[in-house]
Design a protein around this ligand. Structure first.
Ligand code: CTP
Length: 437
């Protein structure tokens, strides 16, 4: 293993001023405690790549929890979480930044995919326990060595040549989730997976190591993947490596799903062009596309097993339950706006985006547009006050009558307050008659 080091202080200086000053301050607190302190992992990788990353992972050569306590006294903040066994702490600073602090440590695995055991060790050993060379870089923060890049495993060179490479042959056996991480990082940065690393992945997959991961960890990795910009590409890789079966035996992500996912951007642009303010969450749509070949019960089981949030479960089931029915409805001729309004009014923006995504029919998109820019914004000018003034006592019939007026307005049959008022009176009269009969 060759050890190279250089200084990236100039890159740190290009960071947001508040963040830069914080790193300097944190380094000084470490100086005062006589401890070596480093920022490590994804932050360093992204700093060198010029990608913004606000995940601050610190490693201190010494007691991380003691250091966290000193930090919160000196820098105004609080310890949000600490784990004595692991020597880790999370610090929330009052300026809104969050620091993850770890004691440099050696983690060893008692058996494949077991939770890591922890012992005190040097920075180098800590870094050696990490997944890829590009994620095993550190920058020292102590004043005298501020900005010193520590690169024991050739991470900088791999960043330059765009390679994802493990540090040792047991990496994927120790932690099978790294297989998914390798596919995520290689797609995110458009890096190659180095050839030996690729062989190790294939070998680990042959050994079925992913089976050893808990559903919590697997689900977490899938959720992280779905949040990536390049999720459609990563899912193609998961399919290629035959990994989707660990989530559900019937899941697939072929060119068909991929092409649909690529259209998500077009649909979002279309919605933006209509002036729709709600943000469509890509990951919801990707998930809806992913589960569309499963049946309803399987979708529910899959999402609950991997602990996806409940609102997502209902969105995904929507894919199965209602889509066909709504699409058919929106294709009917002489369809009334009121009916469209009541059908689409219960849907989330993602569900409407999904409808627009899977249809080739311009009528469907027209109706969605009509609902979003016009129908849902229609408000009545008459109110309950008008009904009271017409001599009625407040009661449940108010809502019924007002919704009748609204339906007529949605259909474009009432153009002014006077129209609404006239129709309101008609409805009340009819109601009275009905009551008397
Ligand atoms: N790490 C690891 N093995 C894992 C997960 C994490 O070695 N299975 C190490 C890597 O050094 C990684 C760091 O822990 O850089 C932080 O992990 P995480 O926050 O998950 O990843 P990042 O590299 O920060 O990536 P992202 O940009 O996706 O947050």
């Amino acid at each position: 293993i060759s050890e190279a080091s250089s200084n990236v202080g100039d890159l740190l200086e290009e960071l947001d001023e508040g963040l830069f000053n914080l790193l300097v301050e944190v380094g000084k607190v470490a100086d005062d405690s006589g401890l070596n302190l480093y920022i490590v992992g994804g932050f360093v990788r992204d700093l060198i790549l010029g990608v913004e990353n606000l995940d601050i992972d610190l490693v201190v050569e010494g007691d991380g929890i003691e250091f966290a306590q000193k930090l919160v006294t000196e820098l105004d903040g609080e310890i949000k979480e600490s784990h004595q066994d692991f020597g880790t702490a999370i610090v929330n600073l009052n300026n809104g930044l969050k620091l993850d602090i770890a004691s440099s440590r050696i983690e060893y695995y008692e058996y494949p995919a077991a939770p890591p055991q922890v012992e005190a060790a040097s920075l180098k050993e800590d870094l050696f326990r990490r997944d890829f060379t590009t994620n095993a870089l550190a920058i020292q923060l102590n004043s005298k060595k501020f900005g010193k890049l520590i690169d024991y495993f050739g991470g900088q060179e791999d960043l330059d040549s765009g390679l994802i490479r493990v540090l040792h042959n047991f990496s994927f056996i120790d932690d099978p989730s790294r297989i998914l991480r390798a596919l995520k990082f290689s797609n995110r940065y458009d890096f190659e997976i180095e050839s030996l690393t690729r062989e190790l992945i294939e070998h680990a997959i042959d050994q079925d190591v992913i089976k050893g991961l808990t559903t919590g960890r697997l689900g977490n990795e899938l959720a992280l993947i779905l949040m990536e910009k390049v999720a459609p590409e990563i899912l193609l890789d998961l399919n290629r490596f035959n990994l989707l079966k660990y989530f559900h035996p019937d899941l697939t992500w072929t060119e068909k799903e991929y092409n649909l996912a690529l259209k998500v951007t077009n649909i979002k642009e279309w919605l933006e062009g209509l002036g729709i303010e709600e943000e469509v969450d890509n990951c919801y749509l990707y998930l809806m596309i992913l589960v569309r070949s499963l049946d309803k019960d399987d979708i529910r089981d899959f999402l609950l097993k991997f602990k996806f949030p409940n609102d997502l479960v209902s969105k995904a089931i929507f894919v199965k339950e209602e889509v066909k029915e709504i699409l058919n409805l929106l294709l009917q001729s002489r369809l009334q706006s009121t009916i469209v309004y009541h059908k689409l009014n219960d849907l989330s923006i993602e569900e409407m985006a999904y409808l627009a995504l899977i249809t080739d029919q311009p009528e469907v998109k027209e109706w969605i547009k009509d609902y979003l820019v016009k129908l849902r914004r229609i408000e009545l000018e008459v109110t309950g006050k008008d009904i009271i003034e017409l001599g009625h006592d407040p009661g449940p019939c108010f809502r019924r009558v007002l919704s009748k007026v609204k339906d007529k307005k949605l259909n474009g049959e009432l153009d002014s307050y006077d129209d609404e008022y006239k129709y309101l009176k008609e409805c009340l009269k009819r109601l009275e008659k009905g009551g008397k009969n």
